[in-house]
Every structure is written in structure tokens, then in C-alpha cells.
Design a protein around this ligand. Sequence first.
Ligand code: ATP
Ligand code: MG
Length: 490
Amino acid sequence: MFNSLISSIKRWHSKPKANEGSDGDSPSGSGRKSRPSGKPSRKNPRPPKTSRVVVSRSDHCLSRRDVSRAALTVMKRLQEAGFEAYIVGGGVRDLLLGGHPKDFDVATDATPEQAKELFRGARIVGRRFRILHARIGREVIEVTTFRGHHSDGEAHEAQQSEHGMLLRDNVYGDLESDAVRRDFTVNALYYTTNGFEIHDYTGGIRDIENRQIRMIGDPETRYKEDPVRMLRAVRFAAKLDFDIEPVTAAPLKELAPLLRNIAPARMFDEVLKLLMSGQGERTFELLREHELWPHLFPDNARHLDAPEALALTRQALRNTDDRIRNDQRVTPAFLYAALLWPAVNSEQQFLAEKGIPPVPALAQAAQKITSNQLTHTAIPKRFSMPMREIWDMQSRLSRRGGERAFRLMEMPRFRAAYDFLLLREDSGEIPAGLGQWWTEFQQADEEQRQQMIRDLPRNGPRGGKGRSRRNRGGRSRNRSKQPNNGSERP
Ligand code: ATP
Ligand code: MG
């Protein structure tokens, strides 16, 4: 479908801009526009070279019917007020690839203030980029004003840090300048219902055809402006199953440490998009390949030479991907618990070897590893608390005698802790056995449950057949009193 589209592309150079290329569909509300007061910046000293491609309605597969009603309403209202309005970014990209966009963003030449007038209850948000949130029914559409090039006179509007990072970018411009300020060519395609054309200034259509993620402009400069673009390159490559074009991929390894300059809260949001969008495992492999992973989860990265740690990480991500595919609930608490566990586990053993009892050793290890992670990515309390509970419950799951098993099953974090136990068994960190016992216990009726408890060996019952590699030969003060499924530590 898309290949036929490419062959019939019409190509212009960007000189004449007004009213060209429409295939005759009724443009709505033209001519009533007053220019935005937020100065379009035409005085850029070095305008990037672009060539304009307009794909007319008959030559592409995108239809108004694919666009959400809310996004159509926003475009229509802007156009009726005399402004330009386009769907841009993931909405256009994903539709051209036959996918389902998760949302639609609108780009316009109206300033946020001008656009706000048109939508009741709309809010201007953001400091780095001021954008409008227009609420239509239950949907919120992000409306962004065309970004412009920065010239000296506008320097106060576009501020950069000492590392070249853009701290603010609120210089306004036109469609062309907006296109070159976006990250990747495939994200800079614009669709308008005023003529039903797709506008491409950066070669995005060609890159969609070649299945490539290509940075607009000089990759190194663009990553320095915003290091999160490094993560976005990987995210889109994994999500779309595209390659990262070699020049775009080249600076990643060297610039990866710049991720340190990103606020942990923003990093947490990016981590969720990377790992909890359905392609977590593939994304993880790509992040490792481009040496970005150690800057996201350093404590996980330094344990990946251990086969169990690598298996546990992959398995946790694969389970998350499967659950998302099956519309099951996923929580960052579980994923973070898994990613940090190899480090917590090893730190706990280290402390235990120094003679610290298991419970305080786990608490100290958890505290240390969590605090270190917080300097890289935030973990909101609502996730860090259950994460710690999942860890705490691991040793308790092996102590099942008397009423304990019944009480454990009533605990709010039981299910997650049980899933986590299975994950550890699957990865080979601990021997299989205890997980199966819990599976059967949950499926059993009351009578059978009582019997299962009675059948537990009185003295040092083992949840599994063997001992974990870590416990082999290790000393254990508790071993005579407690079952050893490998989850309790000496
Ligand atoms: P999806 O929503 O499917 O994750 P998207 O491409 O829509 O993908 P968003 O994060 O919603 O991504 O951003 C919308 C658009 O804004 C992008 O397509 C891109 O054009 C632009 N954009 C977003 N973040 C950046 C950035 N850090 N640098 C430059 N442009 C960006
Ligand atoms: Mg989007």
C-alpha cells in the first residue's frame, strides 16, 4: 500500500509556500486568519536545507476516518479561526504503517494563547515547551505551536545549558521550521484535513519506506540539545521494528553519559515508555547494544554477566510484554523489583557474610540499591513501597507452617510476590519447587490445603529438590529451622 504511495510522490522545493499542491478538496475557513502575535521567526541565520514533498489525497492511504474525533474537532476549530492545523508525529507515522496511534498531536501556527481562546477549559502546560492541552469530551489533544529557528535576537527565548541542552524552546515559526526541530524524520510528517495532504520536509516518507530511524540535522548536536532523543531513537526502532540509520546511531555510545543530566522524574517517564509499551525485551537488547542501559539501570547492568541475572531481566521484560499483549495489568513496581533484584540479592549476601542477620541485611541492601537507582530514574513511592514488599516477602514464602501460608495468601502483595518467586525459579536463580507448591495451594480446597500444610516436613522442609547455587556450601544459621527454597539467605 505504502510503496505505491511513494512512487507517485509530488516534489517541490520549498520556495513558493502559499496555496500550492492542494488537490482540490474544500479548504475550510481560509483567509480569516490574523497572524500569530508570537513572531514567526523568519530571520534565522542558517535555515536548514529542506526539500518539500507533498503527498496528495489520492496518493496516500491515510483517511480522516482513522483520526480520532477529538483531533478532527481541534483541527476544524483552528482552521475555522483561520489558522493552519496538522496532525503530526506518531499519529501520522503509525497510521502510514498500518498501526493504531496511541494519541494524536496537533501542530498549528496559532500561539498557545490564541489556541486557548478556541477551547473551553484548555490549559497551557510546560516550561521547556509551552503547549496547549485541549479537552474534547474525554480526550486531551496536545496542541503545539510551530517551533522556529533561533536567532541571536531570540536567544532569551531559546536557552541552552553548558552541555548544549535546550532548556527552553518557545520561539515560534512556520511548518518548515517546525519540521526541522522535531527529532526523527518519521516523526515530522504532517497531515491536514484542509486538502488532505501529507507534508514532508525531511525525507520521512522515504525513511518510512526504508524502515529507518533518522535524526533530523546533525545527530550529535541534536542529542546534546536533548539527550532523551537517544532513548527515543531506540524506543522507535524497537516499537516499529526499524533500523537506526548508521549516522544517527554512531554518537550514541559516546554521548550516553549525557543521560545523567536529565531529571530523574523525566527519566522515569521515559523508562516506562521504553519498557512498558509492549516491546520491552527488544528495547532492552537495543539499549544494551548501544550502551545506554548502564545509564538507566547501572546496578542491573553490572550484574548481567551472571547468567541468572540476565535470564531474570529478560524473563521479567518478556512477561511484561506478554501481559500487555493480553491486556493484563502491569506495574512498574514488579518490573523495578526484578531489575534491581540481582543487585539487592548480591548486596544482601555480602552483608550476611559480614554477619548481619537476613532481615536487616535485606533492608539495608534494598535501601542502598534503591537510593542509587533514584539518582538515575525516580521511582514514585506508590511503586517503591510495593517493590520493597515483593522483596521482603520472598523469604516469607518459604515459611508456610501452621497458619502462615493462609495469612500470607491474604496479604495484598501476595500475588506479586508469588509471581516474582516463579520468575526467580524460571531464571534459574533458585531451584524450582516452592513455586509449584504455592500454585497447588492456591488451587486446592480448604481440606487439601490443611493436608498440604500437614505434609510439610517438620524440620527444615525443602520447597524444592535442590539447593540454589548461591547457598551451596554456604553457612546458614536458619537452615535447620526454616525450609530452604533458596529464597531465604544465610
Ligand atoms: P508515541 O506517542 O507513539 O510514543 P510520538 O512520535 O507521537 O510517539 P510523542 O512523545 O508523543 O511521540 O511526541 C510527539 C512528537 O513531538 C514526536 O513525533 C516528535 O515530532 C516531537 N518530539 C517529541 N519529543 C521530542 C524531542 N525530545 N525532540 C524533538 N522532537 C520531539
Ligand atoms: Mg504521541
